[in-house]
Design a protein. Structure first.
Length: 232
């Protein structure tokens, strides 16, 4: 097999408004049948993902919190890949009235409307944190944590090379994922900057676009070129 794994984003990619169509689930299962691995790479916290998506065990590994947490559904093993968010930072955001405020094992997230408040808090406390955008949301993580580092951790567990992975996504935080895969597709509803990074833009949006990609993987009809070196 040319590609050994599919690494897919959740929201805006296999899911639309938190829902994954039965046809998309069926396509993912077909991809697994020859022995390929499925990796879900999402910005969501694991507890939140489990509430909206009852099919987590379909995936061999789940990278949650935008790379801060690695989860193996078959054994329920969890590996935290980032330090706990600093309490002074969380306290300062609350004092500044940041709401909603989601706090995971390694991620802090809120609405993009609070981006400048978050950046100011990071600067004020002198923290080594980065802000990652995700279609209207702001995610705060250590500088060495993103979807690419989370994916690499999952691939190490399975002894799969990054060149043997097809990735697919839709948003700003998937640019790191794009750069970490041997081949990357953006679904039709993806943001322009991700389409520019991708090898392929699907004709269909959301789950239907992923189904389209899976059919090409199974038929071995994906373009032969590898990931672009630049975004030109």
């Amino acid at each position: 097999m040319r590609f050994l794994a599919l690494a897919t984003d959740f929201d805006g990619t296999i899911a639309q408004h938190g829902n994954v169509n039965d046809s998309t689930l069926a396509a993912l299962k077909r991809l697994q049948e020859p022995g390929r691995k499925l990796i879900l790479v999402t910005g969501r916290e694991l507890s939140d993902l489990s509430k909206v998506f009852p099919h987590t065990k379909l995936f061999d590994w789940i990278v949650a919190e935008n790379g801060a947490l690695l989860y193996r559904p078959a054994t329920e093993e969890i590996k935290v890949l980032a330090p706990e968010p600093p309490k002074p930072f969380i306290d300062l955001l609350r004092e500044c009235g940041v709401h909603p405020l989601s706090i995971g094992r390694g991620i802090v997230a809120t609405s993009e409307s609070y981006k400048e408040v978050v950046l100011q808090a990071i600067k004020q406390l002198g923290l080594d944190l980065q802000v990652i955008l995700n279609k209207g949301d702001v995610m705060v993580l250590p500088y060495n944590v993103d979807k690419a580092t989370g994916l690499r951790a999952a691939l190490t567990e399975q002894q799969i090379a990054s060149d043997a992975v097809v990735g697919v996504g839709d948003a700003e935080n998937d640019v790191a994922l794009c750069k970490a895969c041997g081949f990357f597709a953006a679904v039709a509803n993806a943001l322009p900057l991700l389409k520019k990074c991708a090898h392929l833009v699907t004709k269909s949006s959301h789950g239907a676009g992923v189904e389209e990609l899976i059919e090409q993987i199974l038929a071995d009809t994906l373009p032969q070129h590898r990931r672009k070196r630049t975004h030109d």
